[in-house]
Each structure stands twice: as C-alpha cells, then as structure tokens.
Design a protein around this ligand. Structure first.
Ligand code: OOG
Ligand code: NI
Length: 465
C-alpha cells in the first residue's frame, strides 16, 4: 500500500475525538448541556473582549476551540496500558508527562496521551489522561489477588481493533476505510457497560477498599469517565452551572483568575449514580455505581521550569495558609488566599516573557516583513519586538496538573474519601508497564517556541534568532 493512500494520524484523531463526543453525549446527556453552556460563554467572551478573539485568530486556536476536549480513563494492568499506548499511537498520540496521584490518596499513576507537534495540535488537540491502577498499593492480599485475576481475564479491545493496530504498525498507516473501521472499533473500548464482571458482594469489597478500585476492576473496560470542553471564561461557567441544573465542585482547581491565564483551571460536577447489573443478579440492574462526571477547563500559558516552580511555590503557600484541603466550607477563604499569593506572579505577557516564566509563539509582523531590505533594522529578538517587527503570544499549556487532577479525582470520589498511600512516585515502573518512556512536556514547549523563532528568522531574512 503506497503511503500516500494513508490518512494522516491527525485526521484519525480528529475523527475519533468527534465520535467520542457523540457517544458521551448519548451516554451522559448532561455533557451535552455543558457543551451548550461552554459555547454560549465562548461566544460572549469573543464578542465582549475583541483582543481575546484577536489573539485566538493570531495563534489559530480559534479553529480548534470548538472541538477541543480531553477525556480520562483508568486501566487495570500493564498489558492494558501498553496496548492502549499502541491504540493511541495510531492516532498520533504519544504519552507525555508522569503524574503520581498516590500522594493525594488515589492508588494510580498516570500520563497524558496527546499530539506533540504544534501543527498536529492545531488539527486536533484531543488528549486522554490515562491512569494505571496500582494493585501493589492495595493492602489486603486476598483482594489484591482477586483483582489481579479479574483483570487478567478481561479483554478490553475488540479483535478487529487489535488487528487494525497491528496492520497500522506493520504498514505505517491506515487507508480511509480502515481508519473508519478503526475509529468505530476503538470506540468500544471506552463505552459504558452496565453489566459488571463481579458479584454484588465482590463489588462491595472492592468499593470498601477504594471506590476507584471498584471502578477499574468491576467493569468490562476502561469507560471514559469524563470529557472536558475548553472554555474562555471558567468563572462564568462556574457561576452559570446551577442555572442549568448542574452543581459544580466547591473550588476551581489551578491558579486564580488572571488577565493573562496560565496553565490550567478546571472545575467539575459530581459523578452520576448509574444502574449496574452485578454478575449474580441475572441481568437485573439493581445495583448502582458512581463514576462518570463532567468537567470544564480553561487553558492558559505553558510555563518554563522557572515559571512552574513559581506556580508550585505560590500554590503551596496558599494551601499551607488554608491549613487543609479546599472544600465547600472554606472555598471562599481559599480563593482569597490564592489571589493574594499569586500577586507575586506577573500578570502581563511582556513581563512573563522578560522574566522567562512562560513559553511563547513568535510571529513576524507586516512592519517586520516590510523592513526586510533595510540596512538599519534590528536583528536581536528584543530589538525586533521593540521595533514592532515581531509579535508574540503565549503557547497554550497542553498538559495537566497533579494537584488539580487529585482535586478532580477527589471531588468525584466524595470529599470524605481520603485514603493514605504516602508518596509512591514510581516513574520507572510506569514506563516499564507502558513499554516506552514518557516524553518531557517542557522539552516539547521549548522546541515549539524554537520552531516559531526559526519561522520568524526565515520570513524576516535573518540568519537566526
Ligand atoms: C482523572 C482525573 C484527572 C484532570 O483533568 O486533571 C483529570 C480521572 O478521574 O480519571 O481528568
Ligand atoms: Ni479531566
């Protein structure tokens, strides 16, 4: 099969992301309500803040905004994780970053599968936060063994999906009709299954150990547990949710509101109670399980190691002053502490750039292009910016935040469910299960920034920047 007959992994990802959204809308109708709210708020922000709309046009994000979303799944063992990695690779999604959630009382560690090049991200920024259950953290040996056996028996991929993954690896791509088949086969892995694989009593045991363990072990596959659209104003969403019959979690995770958003702010609504049929109930759906929820996010600038260090330090300071986990009762105090603490983080792009706190995308301006032939023009980046020959916009943060992720996990596990696992980061074990190493997100942002400087240099006829 000549390579030119293959469809690009980017378009398979875009197709898959749209199919997932459609499936989740049917499974969780409240997700559809959320999409409507997000699109209303985004329209309003663009109408009321022309400079936001203008930046979105400059960076091209305006084209990806409506289809932008991330999902999350939890897999049960190394084999599932390694095969999921191969499935995502068909769609050009690579594992980026390592997140240890054990220190927050959740017995998993995670990565994000996503596209890594800005051109691919532009076509479809779809990402999946993927967690691997850590059976070794279950302290009851009998339950650990039961879980291991149950997970070893299940097959979360359809035979045709496995064939198509192999075919893609062998041939280097998929034709349009094979890609269609792949998308619909892959979708099965992420569907909700009402029939549990365990008895009511086994479910209860797993659940008593940790609700998350029951969620992973008791079902046929890693159902998508939320799908998250991207908003331009998360405070407006948080305030607007109750009027749409949705009750949000107590606080928005991440940094406080700012003129220049950084990293990621997220809020979610509580998991839904769903009917389940346990294996000893002859198909009667008389049990229930809470797993799936809704989440919204607002994305801002990707931070450099220096910026990230400052972010972590200011977030820790706010949490230390709060003296506990943010919840309903102390939500307002927490938001005030957060705002106070983050006054130390410059809130304009020029200062963030001068102090090397964020990554940027650079663009040549009309004036810069017009000045190409002039002998007396600036040649340094700062000189070009000062002369208005180059402009810049922040690179969007494409990843996740461990403290926020823990807050999202907790909010849908119930505020009272705080287990203790200590701090058990084990990136080596995760990468071994995955079958490859995870990519360093900071290196990806630095490369992307560097490529935009090269484009500027070429367009402005300069030897380099
Ligand atoms: C994942 C929770 C983390 C996020 O956006 O940080 C997450 C999960 O509940 O499986 O989705
Ligand atoms: Ni999420």
């Amino acid at each position: 099969m000549p390579a030119q007959d293959f469809v690009s992994p980017d378009s398979i990802r875009a197709q898959f992301s749209a199919a997932m959204s459609l499936m989740y809308k049917q499974e969780v109708p409240l997700y559809g309500t959320l999409l409507t709210l997000v699109s209303e708020v985004n329209q309003q922000v663009m109408a009321e803040q022309p400079q936001v709309a203008q930046t979105l046009r400059l960076t091209g994000e305006i084209e990806r905004l409506d289809q932008e979303r991330h999902g999350a799944i939890r897999v049960g063992n190394a084999e599932e994780l390694a095969t999921i990695a191969r499935l995502f690779a068909v769609m050009g999604m690579q594992p980026v970053g390592y997140y240890d959630l054990s220190s927050a009382g959740v017995p998993v560690h995670s990565t994000a599968f996503r596209a890594v090049h800005e051109q691919s991200l532009h076509i479809s920024p779809f990402r999946v936060f993927t967690s691997l259950l850590r059976l070794e953290l279950i302290d009851n040996p009998a339950l650990r063994e039961l879980s291991r056996q149950i997970l070893a028996k299940r097959q979360i991929f359809t035979p045709r999906a496995l064939e198509l993954i192999q075919q893609c690896e062998r041939d280097g791509g998929l034709t349009a009709s094979d890609a269609d088949a792949f998308v619909s086969e892959a979708l099965h892995t992420f569907r909700w299954h009402q029939d549990a694989t365990v008895t009511a009593q086994q479910y209860q045991q797993l659940h008593d150990q940790h609700r998350l363990i029951a969620d992973v072990v008791a079902f046929k596959g890693p159902h998508i547990n939320h799908l998250t659209p991207r908003t331009l104003d998360i405070d407006a969403i948080q305030a607007g949710m109750p009027a749409k019959g949705i009750s949000p979690k107590a606080v928005i995770e991440g940094p406080p509101p700012r003129r220049c958003p950084i990293l990621l702010r997220q809020t979610s609504f509580k998991a839904l109670q769903e009917k389940v049929a346990f294996s000893d109930q002859q198909g009667a759906a008389s049990g229930s399980h809470t797993a799936r929820f809704g989440e919204i996010e607002q994305r801002g600038a990707a931070l450099t190691p220096k910026g990230r260090q400052l972010y972590d330090q200011l977030l820790d300071a706010a949490r230390d002053s709060l003296g506990g986990v943010p919840a309903e009762a102390n939500a307002e105090r927490y938001m005030n502490l957060l705002e106070d603490s983050f006054r130390a983080f410059p809130d304009d792009l020029a200062h963030m750039r001068e102090q090397d706190l964020a990554y940027f995308h650079y663009f040549p301006t009309e004036r810069g292009l017009a000045a190409r032939g002039e002998a007396q023009r600036p040649t340094s980046l700062q000189g070009l910016i000062d002369a208005g020959h180059v402009q810049f916009a922040a690179l969007v943060y494409e990843d996740f935040l461990p403290v926020s992720a823990a807050g999202i996990f907790q909010s849908n596990l119930g505020d009272d469910a705080h287990s203790e696992y200590g701090s058990n980061a084990n990136r080596d074990a995760f990468e071994q299960a995955l079958g490859k190493s995870v990519q360093d997100e900071l290196a990806l942002y630095a490369q992307s920034q560097q490529r935009s400087l090269q484009v500027c240099a070429r367009a402005l006829d300069l030897p380099g920047l």
